[in-house]
Design a protein. Structure first.
Lengths: 143, 143, 143, 143
């Protein structure tokens, strides 16, 4: 559960994550069991009222969840996620998703993610259930 | 609860929905309380293993949910959604999201969405809670 | 996935399930992946307005879910459950919970449960995620 | 949002809540947006392995949620709840449910509840969505 594991896992995942890259996400912080990602709401993410499609808010939260639950260099997948939308994301807003581990037992993990806008207002609340499988993000030195 | 309402509501929403359009979604069917949308998994939706980011699967389901719960020409928003991922979406797959109303009482609605791939395999199960507010998608003729 | 497995699993579980027995539940039907249970709303389940505490409605749904997901003679536990309350359960009402398997893959299962009252009105919608572990409800004959 | 409101609302609810009383729950703390309840796992709540039926754990969490979201002397109901079970509740354990408001906007509220056992171990995580309707728990002095 070292910081080095968290950073190397994130780097390996990020290199392959064309989806999160393509949406313009940025990793602000990764520590064991925790990740903070940001994303700006673009023209191609909104409807005619300049309100962000909830799917992109979910996607940002889901990416933060993924980096948090994969921070131990063990392949881990999202199994079940729930999201509550509190306020609209607006065109041009920079959204911040903060994912924090609640508990991890055996192969099962639970993570809470909050999405806020530039003013700190709560946009969405997300809870993700993860499942760890065999495999690593990078080959660890013999320890 | 007419078919005409469902089609005109969908047309008005779709015209403004740059997000769903930009992801290449297509509306296959809209009837009162029901909508079927399709989306092909593109290069910019996958990771290095050509597996679709769960966020895009959610987004497809969320759009189908939105067209279903807005099919009565009353502005309706997603409040809370839960998704379970059963199998990966693959690059090139055409995914189909089928949203069906479970119940609608007053301003609250519940909708189930299933996402399947081209072979009919179950990719994700989604359940959405909606809330109707004041406002219409198009101005109805005096009836 | 035989009917015999479902019935023998249910009988073994029921014999030990003091909780469901104590609440006056009855098993109306068990088949592979499916179970129907009933429960009458008693004085000790309601508040001053004779409205059933949501916890007992959940408990009935959870028991139906348990009998459905354990119908293959493999020990299976509830991991995550979500419930939506649509209408109150009333003192004296007989509630019926119908649990139906949506999908089962490896050790993970998804089950939908609906709870209705005596008039057939929808009281609650429940979705349960199960996880199978090692162990059986009864010792199977050598097959 | 006064402490007096929270306590008087709780007292009025509790006087009518035969269900929570009958399960032996006790209110350890109520403040605006927050409630802590305890319950001992009894013989009539367990199965043959002396493991508490998940329904009773949910019911404890749901009661804590109810006292927290009703602490403003406005009638408020549970709309949607999700629970994740982390570890079994055991016969004789005293479980503690701590409900804390996450956000409250207009008539909608979101509350997180954790259930722990006597040793402080996490038994369940619960998230509840509430909806406020017209009505009060007690008649307020003219203010």
């Amino acid at each position: 559960m070292s910081q080095s594991q968290a950073e190397r896992s994130a780097a390996a995942m990020w290199a392959n994550d064309r989806a999160s890259q393509g949406l313009g996400m940025q990793i602000a912080e990764v520590t064991p069991g925790r990740a903070v990602l940001t994303m700006s709401v673009r023209e191609d993410m909104v409807n005619g009222l300049d309100v962000c499609h909830g799917g992109f808010i979910f996607t940002l939260a889901d990416s933060a969840f993924a980096f948090a639950c994969n921070s131990y260099n063990q392949l881990t997948f999202a199994q079940h996620c729930a999201v509550t939308f509190h306020a609209p994301g607006r065109l041009g807003d920079t959204l911040t998703a903060t994912a924090q581990e609640v508990t991890r037992q055996g192969r099962s993990g639970l993570y809470d993610v909050t999405v806020t806008d530039g003013s700190g207002a709560l946009i969405a609340t997300f809870r993700g259930h993860s499942r760890t499988v065999k495999g690593q993000h990078y080959q660890e030195d013999t320890e």
